[in-house]
Design a binder for this molecule. Structure first.
Ligand SMILES: [Mn+2]
Length: 484
């Protein structure tokens, strides 16, 4: 920075997470927080003989002299910390992003400030970027390992989660009924986070199943997970209001593996990638819901990177997480965005072995034959395949899900529906689509839910025949609508 040069300084200021924090608050709180933001930005500008304006709900501008900017830079933009320290009920700190431009005249200063703002946001926000000509200077950004593609939201969630985890005595992780590798992998990632702040953890698994038992066994053998796995009844007895319950890969109380824990005294955090549904866990103290994400493991992979420098993810943990992503995306095919690959790249760099993951998905002979039978007996009408898992099938829900995936591999098939008997008198449907037919909406009509390409529904006290009779007309109706 050329010392002593003169000219105007224009600063764009934005409250990064305004829309995440404010709508959930009562008016009185919102007013208090808004007043605090205005006051702190105002005081800072005034201390530099500058002025400030509020230009939008969450946006401000400030103007000052070139000499004042040098003072601001020497002080490392204390306004970042002043706003961050405003008390917010959820505990998620408000963060600011500042784009600072300086040039010999106003038009160029403004243009430079805009460019600085874009760079600051591209780096993840929560920082000030000063631009003068081609020179750039960075301030703030409290997580030092900041990457260009870091994301504001996962970063402040990581910080809020860390603060919460530090506050409570023990952390319990719980996923959905018949937990899968996404639920387990994300729990394992957060176990590594908890380890970095020396918090004891428990993963609640009431009943193991074929999809997770191999990873569970490997974790237990590693020595790092001794006594970590507990069943539902033990968790119920042990948990108290000093413990934190983190729900992973699930948000609907109905499908939580041990729903009683939600009635317990421990506060709840929800981290999930399913679209928000009507029935949602009551009063979570922190919610991280990102339906764009491929998997909960993808979200946790980002959290792990922002949680702090002391997080040491073991190769096995990275593998469990990559397996979770791989499962939910069916091998990086569905719901796979650029951030999915970023997360996968990170996990690979932590030592996740892709061959070992492939082996995790290897079937035993019986499973393979059972699945092949379901596929062979599917009825195919036009672009739709509907199949039933024979009632006596072992691991029926897993096999029907896999069969539904496999049916999509057949040329001409756009969507597949596989029914199975999950337990006595509970029929469930696994629905899959390549994307043209929205199976989420079809399943919603039948009382289920999910994503556009992966969805499901359950029917209590029904037979497979009855469910088939309900399913067929709904599918037909949606196909007609598609064709319109
Ligand atoms: Mn998932």
């Amino acid at each position: 920075m050329t010392k002593g040069s003169t000219g105007p300084v224009i600063i764009y200021i934005q409250v990064d997470n305004y829309d995440e924090i404010m709508p959930q608050l009562p008016d009185s709180q919102r007013n208090r927080i808004n007043a605090a933001i205005v006051r702190r930005i105002g005081e800072w500008a005034k201390s530099l003989d500058g002025i400030h304006l509020r230009t939008d709900r969450d946006k401000y501008m400030a103007f000052m002299d070139r000499s004042a900017l040098e003072k601001a830079m020497a002080a490392q933009f204390p306004v970042l910390d002043h706003v961050r320290s405003i008390a917010v009920p959820s505990g998620i700190p408000l963060t600011l992003t500042l784009g600072v431009g300086t040039a010999p005249d106003y038009p160029r200063a403004r243009y430079t400030a805009q460019a600085a703002m874009e760079i600051a946001l591209g780096r993840g926000g929560d920082q000030a970027v000063v631009k003068e000509g081609d020179d750039l200077y960075y301030f703030g950004g409290h997580v030092q390992t900041l990457e260009k593609r870091s994301k504001v939201r996962s970063r402040y969630i990581a910080q809020a989660l860390k603060r919460l985890m530090e506050t409570y005595d023990r952390i319990y992780f719980l996923s959905h009924d018949v937990p899968d590798l996404d639920g387990l992998g994300s729990a394992v990632g957060l176990c590594a986070c908890a380890r970095s702040i020396e918090k004891p953890v428990h993963i609640v698994v009431d009943e193991s199943n074929v999809s997770i038992e191999r990873v569970m066994a490997a974790l237990q053998q590693s020595g790092q997970y001794e006594g970590v796995f507990v069943d539902g009844s033990r968790a119920r007895q042990e948990m108290n209001e000093r413990d934190l319950l983190i729900l992973l890969d699930v948000q609907r109380p109905m499908v939580v593996e041990v729903p009683e824990l939600l009635q317990g005294p421990s506060p709840v955090v929800v981290i999930d990638h399913h679209r928000r549904s009507g029935d949602f866990v009551e009063g979570p103290i922190l919610t991280y819901l990102e339906s764009y994400a491929s998997s909960t493991c993808e979200l946790v992979a980002e959290i792990v990177q922002y949680f702090g420098e002391n997080v040491k993810l073991s190769a096995l943990e990275a593998e469990a997480m990559l397996a979770g992503i791989s499962m939910d995306t069916k091998g990086f095919v569905f719901n796979t965005g650029s951030r999915t690959f970023e997360a996968a790249g990170y996990l690979r760099s932590r030592g996740a072995d892709t061959i070992a993951i492939r082996q995790l998905f290897q079937d035993d002979w019986q499973t393979y034959i059972a699945r092949t039978n379901v596929v062979r007996n599917a009825e195919i009408q036009g672009s739709i395949a509907i199949a039933c898992c024979p009632p006596e099938t072992v691991h029926a829900s897993l096999i029907s899900a896999q069969a539904a995936d496999q049916l999509l591999g057949i040329r001409g098939i756009e969507a597949s529906f596989v029914l199975c008997m999950r337990e006595k008198s509970v029929v469930s449907i696994s629905a899959r689509s390549l994307g043209n037919l929205n199976v989420q909406r079809i399943m919603e009509v039948l009382g289920g839910g999910g994503h556009r390409t992966v969805a499901g529904a359950q029917f209590r006290g029904a037979t497979m025949e009855e469910v088939l009779k309900r399913l067929r007309p709904v599918v037909q109706q949606f196909i007609k609508e598609e064709q319109k």
